[in-house]
Design a protein around this ligand. Sequence first.
Ligand code: AMP
Length: 409
Amino acid sequence: MTTANQGTRVLVLNSGSSSVKYQLLDMRDASRLAVGLVERIGEETSRLKHSPLATGGATREQNGPIADHEAALKAVAAELAVDGLGLDSPELAAIGHRVVHGGLKFSAPTVITDEVLAEIERLVPVAPLHNPANITGIRTAQALRPDLPQVAVFDTAFHTTMPESAARYAIDIETADAHRIRRYGFHGTSHAYVSRETARLLGKAPEDVNVIVLHLGNGASASAVRGGRCVDTSMGLTPLEGLVMGTRSGDIDPAVTFHLMRVAGMSADDIDVLLNKKSGLVGLCGDNDMREIRRRCDEGDEKAQLAFDIYIHRLKKYIGAYYAVLGKVDAIAFTAGVGENAAPVREAAVAGLEELGLAVDGDLNAVRSDRPRLISPEYARVAVAVVPTDEELEIAQQTYALVSPALNS
Ligand code: AMP
């Protein structure tokens, strides 16, 4: 068993199949000491980008093959060492890993033991795209610092409070249980952070507010949060369900799948790729970047306009559904790349919902800022907010809360 030290730094690792994103934070003031990214791991054209924020130095870039995650993490460690922030530093308290799927077992951040790692591995069949990369990241970090606590922070954890009525699909219950088929939800770290920050923006405790969080990035999900606890979310067994996303269809009649198998001769894998990678905004109009879609809409491009309209229609349906689920709503919070930046999306999503107490003030909505802010007019019954998400900070805070002797004494 690893032991907690007196360090105040946390390294946050987000390991994807061919990338590693990282941030080193000092938990005394939640400041970023370094941030970076390794991309295209395993290819000839790998790239490491490292910004040493603590020293104020320029961003450094390394181009050239990085064979695997181990080589990637070693390269990151070497970059950190250049800034005097090496992984061997006694200041490092723990490494926090983003783990996409925690199933039903993990409802809270967890110090990683062999048993925990084995359970994350058992979940690979329900998260084949994500958990294997997370496991590789954990193993590699463990090899580099075997003495250091490693903590898993699960994307699904915040959603484990969903009642069975929201978490279950209406399918044969024995088949569902045999294959662990249920709605787990994702982006939980973001929904947790943003719902809490929204309460703070309203000057209230999280327990006292009901919030609809709209995490609109390239992946997108909505959640209904009652008094700080998630009661419903739009992603399901996998991140495919729910809103229209950059490349994912979101909600779709499951019969489309077997129809395509029968009439188009497509395999399960073909349809997996179709629905996850070639659908959503990109499938509808060829672009998944909302900036480009808006630009095309402004030029009268009909395909882009249809993609935008379908995106907004689905978003509105979820706002209405979660309004009904919660009964009373104090705030709607927009977050992530689209939610934080695309004023036309926020305006269109709320347009026509005045009867529900929802409105957006045009001037406030047009303000660009990286601070949490209200964009609803004063008279509106429900606050509409833009709340930038910070998944890395949330992972670091949850990790540190678990390992810091000061916080646990
Ligand atoms: P994320 O997954 O949270 O990083 O969000 C990425 C997405 O945010 C991109 O694919 C764009 O669609 C969107 N995005 C980023 N910046 C802007 C912007 N200034 N205006 C509109 N959409 C944006």
